[in-house]
Design a protein around this ligand. Structure first.
Ligand code: NAP
Length: 341
């Protein structure tokens, strides 16, 4: 029988249990584990996971801590343990006048989860600041160091996300001392234009926080997992056809395709506030699904499917969840969850 509650370890606050759970606070603990084959799940902040069933395996909770900063004439080098809190790292750097991470303020989760998802916001992605990623391979029991190209980063994707067997023990970040703020995104751009002088990293971080707090639900009040769906990439041809029918549709070139804003598509259908059971589309940001009151995993799965169906019907675009579905056997997906909820 599963015995470890996961409710406090997932930011959607869904009720689920795990058969076994170990807090990893030292690399020696990882070394002592036998190579695993199969049901081992690596958990960071639980801010991008959706437990749709009790988990029938071992969960390793990354609690490795430590930050070291070195520098030369041109760069700061940060060695950060995987269990550190991402937002705390961003703010610590910004307060020390170290620029480069400020656009990524208030992203929930751990440092170790950042490369897996290649987290991104307001025109900056983790891959822009990453120098290397250190990981423990759960299948072979070996330690590995990945260069940026070996991480195979792309839009919200990486080698680690594809493989899943790597416990990220640490990352090394390289931040230029000649810092240039990235202020190209709409709301940041408007703010920057209103300033009399160039902002500091801390000012940018605080502005990102203000923008996000205005729009995104606080997970402590309305549990959620951030963007529930990925922004879909469509062909140039499909984008042209859509633009013809919906002239106001935001479209951004990305990786030889056109990126659409999933939140805009959902919002156009008037789905802000739309709910099933205790789960709902957030009133201010349609891309975020929230646990409004005692949501079950069934509520969330049914709501996600309903939103996906409505968007497909209207725009001919299939939304893919950004959040990871976890069932009894591990990583799963929305279509599978629909068969058992
Ligand atoms: P927004 O400003 O309402 O814009 C909607 C989408 O359009 C964004 O997702 C963004 O794509 C894209 N976009 C906007 N301006 C762009 C530009 N100048 N160039 C290229 N793409 C542009 O977005 P939002 O929902 O409030 O989010 C703001 C930022 O925070 C975004 O970067 C978003 O990715 C990030 N965010 C991430 C999460 C998460 O859970 N992963 C949650 C909330 C917000 P991109 O997503 O590709 O940037």
């Amino acid at each position: 029988m599963p015995t470890h509650s996961l409710r406090h370890l997932n930011s959607f606050k869904l009720a689920a249990n795990a058969k076994e759970l170990i807090d990893i606070t030292s690399i020696a603990q990882l070394d002592a584990l036998l190579p695993t084959s199969g049901n081992t799940l690596i958990l960071g902040g639980g801010s991008n996971l959706l437990f749709t069933q009790d988990y029938d395996g071992l969960i390793l909770h990354n609690q490795l801590k430590g930050i070291e900063i070195t520098q030369d004439d041109e760069f700061y080098y940060l060695q950060v343990a995987g269990g550190e809190n991402w937002h705390d790292l961003v703010m610590s750097c910004a307060k020390q006048g170290i620029g480069g991470l400020e656009n990524l303020a208030l992203i929930p989760g751990t440092v170790g989860a950042a490369p897996v998802q290649n987290i991104g916001a307001y025109g900056v992605e983790f891959c822009d600041v990453c120098e290397q990623v250190q990981a423990h391979d759960m299948e072979s029991g070996s330690k590995q160091v990945f260069s940026v190209s070996q991480c195979q980063f792309s839009y919200r994707e990486s080698y680690f996300k594809a493989k899943r067997q790597f416990f990220i023990t640490g990352v090394q970040l390289k931040l230029a001392k000649k810092w240039q703020p990235e202020l190209g995104y709409g709301e940041l751009k408007a703010w920057a234009q209103s300033l009399n002088s160039a902002p500091t990293p801390l000012q940018v971080a605080n502005q990102v926080i203000a923008i996000r707090e205005n729009k995104l639900p606080d997970p402590r009040v309305l549990p959620n997992v951030g963007s529930f769906f990925k922004n879909p990439l469509v062909s140039m041809e499909q984008a042209r056809t859509l633009k013809f029918s919906y002239p106001a549709m935001p479209q951004y070139p990305n990786q030889g395709k056109i990126k659409l804003a999933a939140g805009w598509l959902i919002d156009q259908l008037g789905l802000k506030g739309y709910g099933i059971g205790g789960a709902a589309v957030h009133q201010h940001q349609a891309l975020v699904l929230i646990n409004k009151k005692d949501a079950t995993s069934k509520d969330v799965v049914m709501l996600a499917q309903s939103v996906r169906e409505k968007v497909a019907e209207q725009f001919g675009v299939t939304l893919e969840p950004e959040v990871n579905f976890i069932d009894a056997g591990g990583y799963s997906h929305l279509d599978k969850a629909l068969t058992y909820v």
